[in-house]
Design a protein around this ligand. Sequence first.
Ligand code: GRF
Length: 194
Amino acid sequence: MSKVKAAVFASGTGSNFVAMMNCKELACEIVLLVCDKPGASVIEKAKYFGVQTFVLNPKAFNDKREYETEVLRAVREVGAEWIFLAGYMRLIGHTLLNAYEEKILNIHPSLLPSFPGKDAIGQALAAGAEITGVTVHYIDEGMDTGPIIAQKQVKVLPEDTEETLKYRIQKAEHVLYPEVINQVVRKERLWPVE
Ligand code: GRF
């Protein structure tokens, strides 16, 4: 039986994309990478894995609706039922939210609702947090505000720099995201727990 298809949206390095591709038991097939940053290194990674890429510059469009209409066309064309954001540095607008209601997940490098937005790891260090972590959540129109599905804690060590903490946070992400994707796609998790 063929697997459910999914698209990954990413803007940067793509280590979470690679973690999904390396997960042999992934319950869905990643058929498309959408990237809003021409030149981002995730694009080369997608090519390495033979995943179709759709790279576009949002500045080439008049507004978010026009940009997302183009993205939606590409995602529908490959038959993706799910969208996984993995370092996609852009808020999702109504065009995609309406078309993929409860079908868009994101991963964020903190225990939300703490430290939303950019530089979550720097924020945790600056706040002197002793524990931080990662969160997988559904997307809504806010910045890292959608319903939380799963979290994993990561201890902050006294000697941590942004680099060392980021390393351990990303290790946690690479395990948690494929796990949660599988649970959600297989409907083992129907809706987030409070
Ligand atoms: C991850 O830390 C993710 O939590 C955040 O952006 C980062 C993307 O990293 N949203 P990568 O491109 O997957 O390596």
